[in-house]
Ligand binder design. Structure first.
Ligand code: UDP
Length: 521
């Protein structure tokens, strides 16, 4: 393992709390964890951030900035055992998993990080940082429970999805037998999820998700549940004002302290740094922003479906026609175009770009999403409702056309459309399967007319459209306040630090202060 950045202020470091961050290697989980690392440092903590070679390369600009600013963050690069478990070489991130069948194999590889992490923690530390006082790990990195136990420190879990989703998921799980029977009686039509203040519909794929159908998943689900139960607290990238009822109820049903710490995308930093959030962008940013600067305020639609979902060529073409017919300016992210797996796509896009020249921009690969959403010209976001994207839109005050693809995205859609009332549903009923290779069958789930119609409703939409925009702007202000000093999420982070400090002090009563010269385990 190597260290990529660290401050060497020995004296003051020994007094500081040291957090060990273990993210899930997926963009939607790594990006907010990197933000969290920098926020913790801004609150005076030391951070060791666990990553792997491919993932470290993606965030190299952030590492370089951390080094240049002498931030006390260590990026620890653990070798990822992809080929040992039968994954393709370099398959170190969820967005590189070829097919759904290999997800469990990926999870296995993650669990094998335990040994190299423990070995790293045993290496004598030249800068004499105190041993970690707390692990913050992604909910999926269940094996960190054992590491925390070995270090005798608290472990907090970081959840990727919204509190709304977490509560709904729990309710579904608790009432699964009744819901399955009800679903059967309703012949597969959506049914209401009881126990919530708003009418929330659930569908078959939410009640009977993939792991219910494949026994191989049972064990993992159980292990995750147990690791969740043994956690000392929960961090959620959200803010209390967005989903207060859900925060309160989730706390009641789990009996755990739930700390809101977001929107983490609002962590203040320079434009250039924000633009490389996650990885380097695939477009000339200068040209992109020159174009955006010329557009009318609130007129541009941004279309992007996150890092994992993949669409068929037929679906992408259909979407493209819808955008063309809408007559609105747009920025469309087509990550499939950068991967060379969809035959004929590049050619089609080249022709499409010619037809929409001046009015539309296609980004073939990775977009600087947060800075695009925050630009004044951007008024609407067609999104897959991944939680980060959803929250980034909320933080930017942008209304959404919701096109969920899989997992929590269908429930997030309902939060956006029915609870927060800042979005319009495109009208997708079923999930799109995940995996790089799932774009072989030419499935079309959304027609061009639907795209055109939803954009009209979203970007114009008369009085209702205006009300949605007003609500979105109000939420943006609340989001900002939550992250300001004294705001709810700012207090959340402070509270975490106080909690860990107290846990350390209590331990100190029984043992010597932990400045270990011969490793930290
Ligand atoms: N993202 C980005 N550029 C892209 C695609 C995604 O910056 O071209 C970021 C996006 O801003 C978000 C994350 O990647 O922070 C995706 O997370 P989300 O939960 O929205 O979706 P997932 O990728 O997990 O499906």
């Amino acid at each position: 393992p190597t260290m990529s950045s660290e401050a060497d202020d020995h004296n003051s470091n020994t007094e500081r709390l040291h957090f060990l961050l273990v993210p899930l290697m997926a963009q939607g989980h790594m990006i907010p964890m990197v933000d969290l690392a920098r926020l913790l440092v801004a609150h005076g903590a030391l951070v060791t951030f666990v990553t792997t070679p491919v993932n470290l390369a993606r965030i190299q600009p952030i590492v370089d900035r951390a080094v240049a600013a002498a931030l006390p963050i260590r990026f620890v690069e653990l070798p990822f055992p992809a080929t040992d478990v039968g994954l393709p070489d370099g398959c170190e991130n969820c967005d590189l998993i070829p097919s759904m069948d290999l997800y469990l194999t990926f999870m296995k590889a993650l669990s094998l990080l335990r040994e190299p992490l423990e070995a790293y923690l045993r290496i004598p530390d030249p800068s004499r940082w105190p041993k970690p006082a707390c692990i913050i790990s992604d909910n999926i990195q269940y094996w960190t429970a054992d590491v925390a136990r070995a270090l005798d420190i608290p472990r907090l879990i970081f959840h990727g999805p919204s509190c709304f989703y977490l509560l709904c998921y729990r309710l579904i799980d608790q009432n699964r037998a009744e819901l399955e029977a009800e679903m059967e009686a309703a012949s597969g039509k959506p049914i209401m999820l009881p126990g919530l203040p708003q009418p929330i519909q659930i569908r078959k794929h939410e009640v009977i998700p993939i792991w219910r159908l494949q026994p191989a998943w049972f064990e993992l689900v159980e292990v995750l549940r147990m690791a969740g139960e043994s956690a000392d607290g929960v961090l959620i990238n959200s803010f209390n004002e967005l989903e207060p009822w859900y925060f309160e109820r989730y706390h009641e049903v789990t009996g755990k302290t739930i700390w809101p710490v977001g929107p983490l995308s609002l962590y203040k930093e320079e434009f250039d740094a924000k633009a490389t959030r996650g990885r380097a962008s695939s477009i000339d940013q200068k040209l992109l922003f020159q174009w955006l600067d010329k557009q009318e305020d609130g007129s541009v639609v941004f279309i992007s479906f996150g890092s994992i979902s993949r669409n068929t060529k037929a679906q992408l073409v259909e979407l493209g026609h819808g955008l063309e017919a809408s007559g609105r300016p747009f920025i469309w992210v087509v990550k499939e175009a950068s991967e060379g797996r969809v035959s004929g796509l590049s050619e089609w896009i080249t022709e499409f770009e010619e037809r929409v020249e001046g009015r539309g921009i296609v980004i073939k690969g990775w977009a600087p999403q947060t800075v695009i959403l925050e630009h004044i010209a951007v008024g609407g976001f067609m999104t897959h409702c991944g939680w980060n994207s959803t929250l980034e839109a909320v933080a930017a005050g942008v209304v959404m056309a919701t096109w969920p693809h899989f997992a929590d995205q269908f429930l997030n859609e309902q939060l956006v459309v029915n609870v927060l009332k800042i979005g319009v549903a495109v009208g997708v009923e079923e999930p799109t399967t995940v995996g790089l290779e799932n774009n072989k069958e030419e499935v079309v789930k959304v027609r061009r007319e639907q795209v055109e119609k939803v954009l009209e409703t979203l970007m114009a939409g008369g009085e209702e459209g205006e009300e949605r925009r007003v609500r979105a702007r109000e939420l943006r202000e609340k989001a900002r306040m939550a992250m300001e000093e004294g705001g709810s999420s700012w207090e959340g982070l402070k509270d975490i630090i106080n909690y860990v400090m107290k846990a350390e002090k209590e331990k100190d009563k029984s043992e010597k202060p932990a400045v270990l010269q011969e490793g930290v385990c």
